[in-house]
Design a protein around this ligand. Structure first.
Ligand SMILES: [Zn+2]
Length: 153
């Protein structure tokens, strides 16, 4: 597994932000695929990070989240992106692509629902509407009552 796959989604994003904000300093490759760096976070002192790309779980960082644990933290991710900027570009591109695909799926779903509703019979529509009103959220019911002037008080 690659280093990014070992990190949580939140850590990858925070690491990406750190990398973009140029918080990774003194990046040095000490051996093939092993990098050290100082990563400036919220604390006044930078965190000391070492990443091992071939063995991500052997990476170390002295932040409270990762210190002494086999966790891939955001500082390691930031260091990884600093060492491999093309990976940062790829990560963001993939995010945009996934975003686009999700939007496209949603549009198709909307169209499918619209098409389906257009072909429903009157009694089916009434049934569906009542279900939405009685089983749906309270605000929806109240809005229907208000919009159709059904409240006698
Ligand atoms: Zn850390």
């Amino acid at each position: 597994m690659g280093l990014l796959e070992c990190a949580s989604g939140a850590s990858v994003w925070r690491g990406y932000d750190y990398y973009n904000e140029k918080k990774v300093k003194n990046l040095t490759e000490t051996a093939s695929g092993v990098f050290t760096a100082d990563v400036f976070g919220t604390a006044s002192e930078p965190y000391v990070v070492e990443i091992d790309v071939a063995h991500p779980r052997k990476s170390t960082c002295n932040c409270p989240h990762a210190d002494g644990k086999r966790i891939v933290c955001k500082h390691m991710v930031a260091t990884y992106f600093a060492a491999y900027p093309e990976e940062a570009v790829r990560f963001y591109r993939e995010y945009l692509k996934a975003q686009e695909e999700a939007e496209q799926y949603e549009e198709e779903l909307y169209a499918r629902v619209q098409e389906y509703v257009a072909h429903m019979k009157k009694n089916e529509l009434q049934q569906a509407l009542l279900e939405l009103l009685f089983d749906g959220p309270e605000w929806q019911f109240e809005r229907f009552v208000r919009d159709h002037d059904l409240d006698e008080y």
